[in-house]
Design a protein around this ligand. Sequence first.
Ligand code: IMP
Ligand code: MG
Length: 184
Amino acid sequence: MTSTSKKGFDLRPVEKLIDSPKILARVAELGGQITRDYHGKDLVMVGVLKGCMVFMADLIRHINLPLEVEFLSAASYTRGTTPNETLEVAGPRPIALKGRHVLVVEGIVETGRTAREIVKQLHAEEPASVEIVTLLDKPGAHRTGTSVRYTGFSIGNEFVVGYGLDNTQKYRNLPFIARVIDVR
Ligand code: IMP
Ligand code: MG
């Protein structure tokens, strides 16, 4: 168990699930695969904030192509670990996507609702293709037919934090993936 508690902060302890070297090795593999698949294509990576940030920063440095990056934000969890019914997708995206190959970068896919809504909205801009890469996937929680093209790791139906993922906006800076231990 790794405690992240600091004086003056109310953080619950976490338990490491996927360590940093393992994440980085897998991210490098994904980068290689994407490099091969998108060779000769006009690639725009669209990150879903905020959960994508650490993953995307590492991933793009393993893709040896002249890609561009763009961001949008999606909020489906407003607080805690319980899903909120409303999903907001926002973000001014000055990069035109028409006729280009779009790869959506997510930190984690759970029900797939966020990914489905984003893919739907991006299709309206008439890109050549839209695919999804996610660091983590919870296949047991899928509630939509959204297909994820690239997955770093499949995990069970548990709430995880770190490497960009939060619990009430905290823990994004953990360099590893961890489960939060529910001590109240
Ligand atoms: P979905 O729309 O159900 O696929 O939920 C995806 C979004 O929920 C992600 O982009 C995260 O913001 C959040 N989420 C789902 N599971 C987790 C988790 O285990 N840890 C942190 N955030 C999560
Ligand atoms: Mg979140």
